[in-house]
Design a protein around this ligand. Structure first.
Ligand code: PLP
Length: 392
């Protein structure tokens, strides 16, 4: 009964799922409080108080049509709120006509790929990467093409240039980055924009730059995530409230197309149609209302920043090499031995991590700090012992 593609996917290793299963076993055996589970990027920091207040207001205000269908692009007031938000973030005026409300960033990416990909079209993205990208591209007949980053996980423009072919439809970037915690600086974005302009004219069609930004505001040390729109017209921003408002289960996000993109109206029409026919039909009504009311709110970033600082201290003390995260809630240290073997040593210390190979970064592990600081502290000695054993 199964399609060959799904059979292949099922047979392939999902490291996050494996670690989840291992973690469940360890928690059942030793008690959940003894297991330091850094495997899942499921935000534990509570949504800002404005979210509950907004929910109460929504119930009061809109009773008769609260749960009704709406235009496929989303409620006009929600699109308007996103347009205002994106205009500020991108330092570029974006009208609501360029916004579609989606089922999270994941929904937005699938909508975009459905709208632009023909069979065999290539989408390039830097490695390490968010594991689902490959599936989202292949869902729509595209070919995922990964390119390596520099040792500090910054963009390697020479690699991107080499990877571009006449089949290249889009470049997908994610900053701040899951799994590395790195942020692309303004000069990297400008350099990428210049390269894409040059290559687009060489290959005779525009290359779309898709910026996946669900962690835009989860940045540390007073940083800001640089904008894309002022530097490259053929671009799109994708975002969501899964991380910034800690609402991943509510499935709410949006896409915003550059207002000066070539064939803008045609593209927007295609995105809106794809949003409908992929089966989402609309982004959830309640969540759109919530997003519109809380568009400018963000969870307490100081909590993640404190955890980042503590984790860096623990990893350094254990003698692990890593690039200090500039944002997100992930750190991606190098492993002293094979990443899967090192995860096994960590498990013996009741520490759960995901092997970097699952993210296209073998020789690393991903540690998510969506868990109380107590667990990071608790893992301190375990990390030291695991490193010492790896070096025996
Ligand atoms: N993009 C990246 C880089 C992510 O890390 C995630 C979720 O972890 C997503 C997209 C999907 O997020 P959403 O819940 O908004 O669909």
């Amino acid at each position: 009964m199964l399609s060959n593609q799904i059979k292949e996917y099922l047979a392939g290793a999902s490291w996050i799922r494996k670690m989840f299963e291992e973690g469940a076993k360890l928690k059942a055996k030793f008690g959940p409080e003894r297991v330091c589970d850094f495997s899942l990027g499921n935000p534990d920091v509570p949504p800002p108080p404005a979210v509950n207040k907004a929910l109460e207001e929504i119930i009061e205000e809109d009773a008769p049509s609260l749960h009704a269908y709406m235009p496929n692009a989303g409620f006009p007031f929600a699109r308007e709120a996103m347009a205002i938000k994106v205009s500020k973030e991108q330092r570029y005026a974006v009208p609501m006509e360029c916004v579609v409300m989606t089922c999270g960033a994941a929904g937005a990416l699938n909508v975009i790929f459905k709208a632009i990909l023909d069979l065999g079209d290539e989408v390039i993205f830097p490695s390490p990467f968010f594991v689902e990208y490959k599936f989202y591209i292949e869902n729509h007949g595209g070919v995922p093409k990964t390119i390596s980053t520099k040792p500090d996980f910054s963009l390697d423009l020479a690699q991107i240039e080499e990877a571009i072919t006449p089949k290249t439809k889009a470049i997908l970037i994610n900053s701040p980055n899951n799994p590395t915690g790195q942020l692309y600086e303004l000069d990297e974005i400008k350099g990428l924009a210049d390269l894409l302009k040059k290559k687009s004219s060489e290959i005779g069609h525009p290359i779309l730059l898709i910026s996946d930004e669900p962690y835009r505001h989860i940045v540390f040390d007073g940083r800001e995530t640089p904008p894309i729109f002022p530097y490259y017209d053929q671009s799109l921003v994708v975002s969501s409230f899964s991380k910034e408002l800690s609402l991943p289960g509510e499935r709410i996000g949006f896409l915003a197309l550059h207002p000066e993109a070539q064939n803008r109206d045609e593209l927007m029409g295609a995105f809106i149609l794809a949003n409908r026919i992929l089966g989402f039909v609309n982004a959830p009504a309640m969540a759109q209302r919530l997003a519109a009311k809380c568009a400018e709110e963000v969870v307490d970033i100081a909590i993640y920043e404190r955890r980042r600082d503590l984790f860096c201290e623990v990893l350094e003390e254990a003698g692990l090499e890593f690039v200090k995260p500039k944002g997100t809630f992930y750190v991606f240290p190098k492993t002293p031995i094979d990443d899967v073997e090192f995860c096994k040593l960590l498990q013996e210390e009741l520490i759960l991590a995901v092997p970097g190979r699952g993210f296209g970064g073998p020789g690393h592990i991903r540690l998510a700090f969506c868990i109380d600081e107590v667990y990071i502290e608790r893992a301190r000695e375990g990390f030291k012992r695991a490193v010492a054993r790896a070096r025996e």
